[in-house]
Design a binder for this molecule. Structure first.
Ligand code: 2P0
Length: 331
């Protein structure tokens, strides 16, 4: 008798947080200290194939064609969560690829763990609900919980010790408010301090960390209201404030976390000047030097042209808002 191969391929896209996540209330379960709100992109993709094979004696994992010991350990532990649910110990072959730079502040861990969660769920025939998939994706990377869904998404911090109330929920479909995101790439280098290590140090040493966590519920409520009302000006105000407050925490971390370069600052100034000219745009920056300009659809071309002219900008990508993680081949 031949059994059906336990394999599946999924795709997911990165998301950009407008109300940021920086800090955890529990490291073991990867529970965020506060909620966050994001938009899922459509132009950058992670594609992940998972195949469970009884002949394997260890997990075999490649990311963009290369294997990395630390990443493999992290992914192996993530697969263990699914193996435990399926009641198996079978090892897996995982191949994952991004069509954008990995580890450079473009949320590759978000799309990576969301795609891996979706593919593994299908390969093992678990048929988990999206909410549960979001909770599992969170264990890989907090931001990945959000990439399970498309459009505008809110991540709940939850209060339970077991993390069963810390998952993302879709707020609004991409088609209901089709904003554009212009991404200005200012460096393709891998960042020196990854988000997980950075937020742990901020939590331990930044004098502003507690105040930062205390500001998030208000920003979250205001951003949620702005999304529901399609109030671009309000969303701009909240998003830029949340971004800068997070970077203030990072700057005050010891040793300081300075994810920006000169071009990052010049892009921010360019966006501020565009807005004074009446263009519908605001900026946000994550744990990396790239600048994401969120714009009204009709203004995206002007924003892209202006950012392309900023010295130090290597490339500019224009993205719409996209769907959540999905299985390749499904309609
Ligand atoms: C965010 N970032 O909300 C924030 C803004 C970076 C800056 O979520 O430790 O890779 O795996 O849960 O999800 C990046 O953090 O961290 C992130 P872990 P993750 O998008």
């Amino acid at each position: 008798m031949t059994s059906r191969p336990l394999q599946a391929t999924a795709q997911a896209q990165p998301n950009i947080a407008l109300v940021k996540y920086w800090g955890k209330r529990d490291a073991a379960l990867n529970l965020p200290a506060a909620g966050s709100l994001s938009i899922t992109l459509d132009a950058l993709h992670t594609r992940t194939r998972v195949r469970f094979d009884d002949a394997l004696t260890a997990d075999y994992i490649t990311l963009d064609g290369e294997s990395d010991e630390a990443q493999s350990r992290k992914i192996g532990a993530f697969l263990d969560l699914f193996r435990a649910r399926a009641g198996i110990t079978t090892r897996a072959h995982v191949e994952s690829g991004n069509d954008f730079p990995t580890g450079a502040g473009l949320a590759s861990s978000a799309s990576g763990f969301a795609a891996l969660a979706a593919a593994t769920d299908r390969a093992l025939g678990l048929h988990l609900q999206s909410r549960e998939l979001s909770m599992l994706a969170r264990r890989g990377s907090g931001s990945a919980a959000r990439s399970i869904f498309g459009g505008f998404v809110e991540m709940a911090a939850g209060t339970r010790d077991d993390g069963k109330d810390a998952f993302a929920t879709p707020l609004l479909d991409a088609s209901a408010w089709p904003l554009k995101v212009v991404v200005a790439i200012t460096s393709r280098k891998r960042k020196a301090v990854d988000s997980r290590a950075g937020m742990e140090t901020s939590q331990r040493t930044s004098p502003y960390y507690r105040d930062w966590v205390a500001t998030v519920p208000h920003d979250l409520a205001a951003a949620r209201g702005a999304v529901q009302a399609r109030d671009f000006g309000k969303l701009a105000e909240i998003s830029e404030a949340s971004c800068l407050a997070m970077h203030a925490v990072m700057l005050a971390t010891r040793p300081a976390l300075i994810y920006w370069n000169g071009a990052t600052v010049d892009c921010i100034q360019c966006i501020r000047a565009l807005r004074l000219r009446g263009i519908g745009v605001f900026y946000t920056v994550d744990a990396g030097p790239q600048v994401k300009a969120v714009c009204l659809p009709d203004d995206a071309a002007d924003v892209a042209e202006a950012l392309r002219d900023v010295a130090g900008v290597e490339n500019v990508l224009v993205s719409g808002l996209g769907e959540g993680a999905r299985i390749e081949g499904d309609a």
